[in-house]
Design a protein around this ligand. Structure first.
Ligand SMILES: NC(=O)c1ccc[n+]([C@@H]2O[C@H](COP(=O)([O-])OP(=O)(O)OC[C@H]3O[C@@H](n4cnc5c(N)ncnc54)[C@H](OP(=O)(O)O)[C@@H]3O)[C@@H](O)[C@H]2O)c1
Length: 367
């Protein structure tokens, strides 16, 4: 007991917040609770529903009356609030050279946005740029950048600033997966995956997010994954990175309550028919090849765009994706782990996913 008191006293003398400042962390907190955002509306919905059930079953209130009262409180909130503004201004999209990121580029261009397209494959970035300019008449700039390298996110930000661009919309779409057993994968692959999927995403959010907060408006779309709800033997590191993204993005949405003009939405795609699957060597896994859950990248991208417009903190690409996440969230861990390992198991050539379209040049005609 005496020792515990000494520890507290020493802690108090050391001024932990000052120690934090010395370590480069200003340790500022600006929590806000009384905001009519989708988190509080969900909270009110849960609270009112629980009270309604209690009043019906414990206090025998007539069900019709209780439900009518609940609906009068919940429905206007869910229909009319929150009312975020539709995204406006220049959009920077990472992972724009293919798949979901390319589809988002077309969606933003169609809605009137100029774009900065980021990826490594310059040829494919140019093809997306040319599609955007020909079909939608919007300006698209391309920047080739390998965001899996340390410091690349900051370099990208500096370059965009130096060239005088103001980014109003940030889409963190670039991502890399890898099927296979953890100990068989190289340390270098693990480093690239975590740097790209986690560190670059966080740093770009911080750097562009601070500017958005200063201007009082901005929209951030994080491309996460249903993998963020699954512990996945056979795709361990990738799904662990998506747990990171899910946690980061949800907490950020709460922190951004203090800045009403800035929206942060995360999109949770299920298995989607893109090069991601072949790049991750996951085309023979049950989840990709035989589960029947494969989604079209265009509809996945649209779900993300619509979620951003509505100011949602999280959107799923489909009911199937939402159902999978819910099931994995609620299942006992033993069931969860068994299902996840079956979903990620290779079918050894029995069935393979069809090769997705690689070339954005051929997308031009059917946009
Ligand atoms: N497909 C799925 O089943 C699925 C499911 C859930 C979530 N997701 C997520 O969705 C996002 C988009 O993936 P996708 O399905 O559209 O796959 P994709 O077609 O392979 O797109 C991935 C994008 O990321 C870019 N990228 C990869 N490594 C990069 C690096 N080191 N630096 C910069 N850019 C890099 C790629 O461009 P370059 O090759 O030009 O660099 C490409 O534009 C990813 O975050 C992924 O985790 C995908």
């Amino acid at each position: 007991m005496a020792q515990a008191r000494v520890a507290v006293k020493e802690g108090a003398e050391q001024q932990p917040s000052h120690a934090a400042i010395d370590n480069g962390n200003p340790a500022n907190f600006k929590p806000k609770y009384l905001v009519l955002d989708d988190i509080n509306i969900d909270l009110i919905t849960v609270g009112v529903t629980t009270c309604t059930l209690i009043s019906i079953f414990a206090f025998h209130l007539p069900a019709v009356v209780a439900i009518l009262v609940a609906a009068t409180i919940i429905l206007p909130l869910r229909i009319f609030f929150p009312r975020p503004t539709t995204p406006q201004g220049l959009a920077l999209i990472t992972g724009a050279s293919s798949g979901i990121g390319a589809e988002l580029s077309y969606i933003f261009a169609e809605r009137g946005h100029d774009l900065i397209l980021v990826g490594r494959n310059e040829d494919q970035l140019d093809a997306v740029r040319s599609n955007v300019e020909k079909k939608y008449g919007k300006i698209a700039y391309t920047i080739a950048s390998d965001l899996s390298l340390p410091g690349a996110a900051k370099q990208l930000y500096d370059r965009v600033k130096n060239e005088g661009f103001t980014v109003d919309i940030l889409v963190n779409g670039a991502g890399l997966g890898a099927a296979g057993e953890t100990l068989e994968q190289s340390a270098e692959l693990a480093e690239r995956m975590t740097t790209l999927n986690c560190i670059a995403l966080v740093q770009l959010t911080q750097l562009f997010g601070k500017d958005m907060v200063r201007r009082g408006r901005g929209w951030i779309l994080q491309i996460s994954s249903v993998g963020g709800w699954m512990v996945s033997p056979g795709q361990n590191i990738y799904h662990a990175t998506k747990h990171y993204v899910r946690a980061f993005s949800e907490a950020l949405s709460i922190e951004l309550r203090g800045y009403p003009g800035v929206v942060n939405t995360q999109l949770m795609p299920g298995p989607t028919h893109t090069q991601f699957v072949t790049r991750a060597h996951a085309e023979e896994t049950f989840m990709m090849a035989a589960s029947g859950a494969m989604e079209d990248p265009k509809s996945v991208a649209l779900a993300g765009y619509n979620g951003l417009c509505k100011g949602k903190r999280m959107v799923f690409s489909s009911w199937n994706a939402a159902g999978t996440a819910l099931m994995m969230h609620l299942a006992p861990r033993s069931v969860h782990l068994t299902i996840a390992s079956l979903m990620n198991s290779p079918l050894r050539g029995m069935v393979r996913m069809n090769e997705p379209e690689k070339d954005q040049r051929v997308r031009g005609s059917d946009l």
